[in-house]
Write a protein that binds this ligand. Sequence first.
Ligand code: SF4
Ligand code: SF4
Length: 621
Amino acid sequence: MAAPQGAPAASRLLMSGNEAVARAVWESGARVATAYPGTPSTEMLETLAGYPDLYCEWSVNEKVSLEVAIGASMAGSRAFCAMKHVGVNVAADALMTLTLTGTVGGLVVAIADDVGLSSSQNEQDSRFWGRFAHLPILEAADSQEAYEMALYGFELSELFQCPVLLRMTTRVCHVRAVVAAGHRVDRPATGFVKDPARWVMVPGNAARRIPLMYERERRLREFSEDSPLNVLHPGTDRRVGFVASGPAWLHVREAFPASPVLKLGLSHPLALAKARRLAEMVERLVVIEETEPLIENELKAAGIDAHGKDILPRFGELAPATIRPAVLRLIGEAVPEPATEAHPVFPRPPTMCVACPHLGVYYTLSQLRNVIIAGDIGCYTLGAGHPWNALDSTICMGASMGMALGLDKGRAASDANKKVVAVIGDSTFLHMGMQGLADITWNRGNVTVLILDNRAVGMTGGQDNPATGRDIRGNPAPRIDFAKLVEALGVRRERIRVVDPYQLPVLFKALREETKIEEPSVIITNQPCVLIGDYEKLNPYRVIDEECTGCGNCFEVGCPAIHLTRREKVVKPSGKEVELMFARIETEACTGCGLCVQPCAPEAIVHLAPVIKPVVPIRPL
Ligand code: SF4
Ligand code: SF4
């Protein structure tokens, strides 16, 4: 991440929803912006870090991120915090009491829901948090709205002295559109005012804040009815009317351009009177919302008859191609056949990058027998796939630690001889894994933990974390030493190893030895992600065709630079038929990591050009 470059001049700018939010935050005069990276929200902070005159940070996790923003608001600064939908689960402890204390400087929390599951472990609907925490929710449909709502969110927050949730979805976060942007307005912090009755949430103080929270919600409900963000478009075709929010609004306009629509920008608290007026205008009312039936249920609870999830899916995006046939069926009209069949896309399962340092780890784990492997969230979750099949679980950030301990403590007699391994990345370990390791050591778990330190939050694009030695703007920062950290968490020094993951025999030996010893142990791998500046490309390899026996061992590494040239069936002297797989290396892509060289017994893989720098010993496992 580069240092602040200065903001593009006020103008009509082509921006993704995330970039538009960042622009609005900067223009609002916000002085503090925080986030933990997570698709689809990451670019909000990445973009903000390029703007001058505000403090930005990648926080260690979403809870800390929100707490930093709360502190800034308490000091009288406008503050912003971004996270993906599952991040709110982590931040919820702070959020659910923040709703009682309220805010001073405007505080906007942007939550990016991964509708359609492009890169997440679930598809939870963050609009529940507005209802749970009694907070207003703004829902943007495109980049311009994302910009305007983020700016407006600060005003709304200061008007009601509470945080405002800006709900985005993957579609809005990543699609680019023209945004009419403005200028930054300087807003100095108003200063911290000591007020323990408000900020110290012991039971007596909290009890006095709860009625204030409900009163605020009542005022917000009235406000929502009159809000220009909740617009009733009268339409001309009264057979069916729609209530829609977020990008679903645009999809409804495309599918039924003549129908009346209540477009909700301030979607919670719900503008019930407006919805009732719409219901009286039309023969049938349909709610189009991604993903859960929240608005639909609230309408029904208010006695307004509405369709929604009885005719539409409860998961995934509600594109015009989904909405139109469902509603046509509802109103008894014929559903036209699609004009053209979509061209089938060749299946391409996700895989790791060429020469990824995780390849050696999963190759080695796949060679181990009698092992249960608890995985975690990151690029390395791909270790569950082909050809490694070397992960047995993934639940949430940091879960590998606690789950591994549970697998150890709860093991059946039939699993008595199985080793338990936990695999976690550097950033995920710092996010929520450290506590789990403390639990393992404290409770004397028999678990071997692999910390894959690739010096980046790889899955979201190589952002920095507290162990990379750089901050969000690329400036030098204190760097956490994993070996010292895990020792401080209770792992004996003798049971901590730092290993080069490209050295397969060394890694294999370390894993075999540590899993045999019945106490907590940690193996830290220490090579960088191939997509960050720290990675050094080496002399590439090629396969000598005549030497390749088709054994297929190199494919087990899983490097995408290794291609199959041909298959051949042969019958061995034992009478067993085997399939040979002959290899070729895409030398343009090969970075010379040397991983595939090691399992190639005939030494058919050689450097493309004379060796410049020795990499690893070339020998089979
Ligand atoms: S490991 Fe070596 S011999 Fe076997 S397929 Fe690959 S290149 Fe050919
Ligand atoms: S040496 Fe082998 S494993 Fe490493 S990048 Fe090249 S092809 Fe991939």
